[in-house]
Design a protein around this ligand. Structure first.
Ligand SMILES: [Mg+2]
Ligand SMILES: [Zn+2]
Length: 249
């Protein structure tokens, strides 16, 4: 949740836009939770996965049930996470957003532990660029070789039973109603796209958007997102200048 100070600041300055990034499969090349489950969970995790995919189970119950099937030490989990690669376009996208004063936040239906472990490996420059970024994800804690899940964002679940309710987090972090841009890759982003003004989608999310007539820009790398976003921001500034000129004429 944004502290009061942030809220005060954001009320003073309305950014041109605000960027929300999914983490697993969007910033990373692979989904960290899937990698963990594939390696260390009883195969029953696939049954819960199918329930979630079909919409019969919320992601919160699904993740809780799946992670309860994991038997792995912290060392085992860390070495898996250390193999997960990051989209090389991340730095360029963050540089662009810093240049254009577009705040960036990471909203993940996965776990903060994985997000922080993976981002920790990035360069000092990326760390600096992420300084104002909020990471909204579920919590994962080691208890020996067992793993405990916690859901700090909203103690009560939303109607869909999200682990991290992306549309709710987007509303909370964007009280000034700046145009919301969302970048994602999978089914865990299906509710987020409804709350965004501009959607970048790949893989499962692109398929979902096409099937459900959600307007989106297909992409494969974050470098492409940065190029497109750059043009979009320029055109918006141009549009606003035009409107101001018209209004003052
Ligand atoms: Mg994802
Ligand atoms: Zn939700």
């Amino acid at each position: 949740m944004p502290p009061e100070g942030d809220q005060y600041m954001s009320e003073l300055i309305t950014p041109k836009a605000i960027l929300f990034l999914d983490f697993d499969g969007t910033i990373t090349q692979r989904d960290a939770v899937d990698v963990i489950l594939e390696a260390y969970a009883d195969s029953k995790w696939l049954t819960f996965e199918a329930e979630w995919r079909s919409g019969r189970m919320g992601s919160r119950d699904c993740l809780q049930a799946q992670m309860a099937l994991v038997r792995a030490t912290r060392k085992q989990l860390d070495s898996l996470l250390d193999e997960i690669e990051i989209d090389e376009g991340l730095i360029g996208l963050l540089e662009l957003c810093a240049e254009r004063d577009v705040p960036v936040h990471i909203i993940s239906d996965g776990f903060d532990y994985c997000v922080r472990r993976i981002l920790w490996r990035t360069s000092k420059r990326v760390h600096a660029l992420l300084r104002g970024t909020r990471i909204c994800a579920s919590r994962l804690e080691a208890r020996g070789h067992l793993w405990r899940t916690e859901f700090p964002f909203f103690h009560q679940t939303c109607g869909y039973g999200c682990a991290t309710c992306k549309p709710a987090v987007m509303r909370l972090l964007n009280r000034v109603h700046a145009p919301a841009i969302f970048v994602g890759d999978g089914l865990s982003d299906r509710y987020a796209v409804e709350s965004a003004d501009l959607v970048f989608a790949k893989n499962g999310l692109a398929a979902y958007c096409s099937e459900n007539s959600v307007e989106h820009i297909p992409y494969t790398t974050l470098a492409e997102v940065a190029r497109h976003l750059d043009r979009w921001l320029v055109s918006r500034v141009f549009l606003e200048d035009e409107m101001e000129t018209c209004a003052s004429a």
